[in-house]
Design a protein. Structure first.
Length: 156
């Protein structure tokens, strides 16, 4: 009887894991899901962790119509912050830089390894400009292959 229970537990744990043995979906599967919402997961190092387990953006949502200033709100892994700052960029559809800076955390939840943020961003662009908001990890090494970023379409 004990062997059967152990076998059932083993099977359950195998089927409840992602392809790489981690809990939940793989980064690739999660990126496809995010792409359907218009969110781009920049992941050149093929990090196996799903982006939404590292960075959750509550506001603005993809396709949101913004006005300056607007509030960016969410939660990110503390690994996205270096010296209490997470970089952001605002670009137009052609990739021209409209604004950039650093999102500051509102609160570090060290026991969970995350930081919440609720930060006001200002920009200068004509109303109706289609563009992108990009939040990325603040990697102290400045090596692009270690970069992980979320890009969402917005209307400025």
């Amino acid at each position: 009887m004990l062997i059967r229970i152990c076998a059932i537990c083993l099977l359950f744990s195998l089927f409840s894991c992602g392809e790489d043995g981690s809990k939940g979906p793989t980064a690739e599967v999660a990126a496809e899901k995010l792409a359907k919402q218009g969110i781009v997961d920049f992941n050149p190092n093929n990090d196996t962790r799903p982006l939404d387990s590292l960075l959750r953006l509550d506001s603005p949502k993809p396709g949101a119509k913004l006005s300056s200033p607007f509030t960016v709100r969410g939660e990110a892994s503390t690994s996205f912050f270096f010296e209490a700052a997470m970089p952001y960029q605002i670009t137009d559809e052609q990739g021209n830089l409209i604004g950039e800076g650093f999102v500051k955390p509102k609160k570090f939840l060290m026991n969970k390894g995350v930081a919440t943020f609720d930060y006001e961003i200002s920009y200068d662009a004509p109303a109706g400009t289609k563009g992108f908001l990009r939040l990325k990890n603040n990697d102290a090494s400045r090596v692009d292959k270690f970069e992980r970023a979320m890009t969402i379409p917005v209307v400025l």
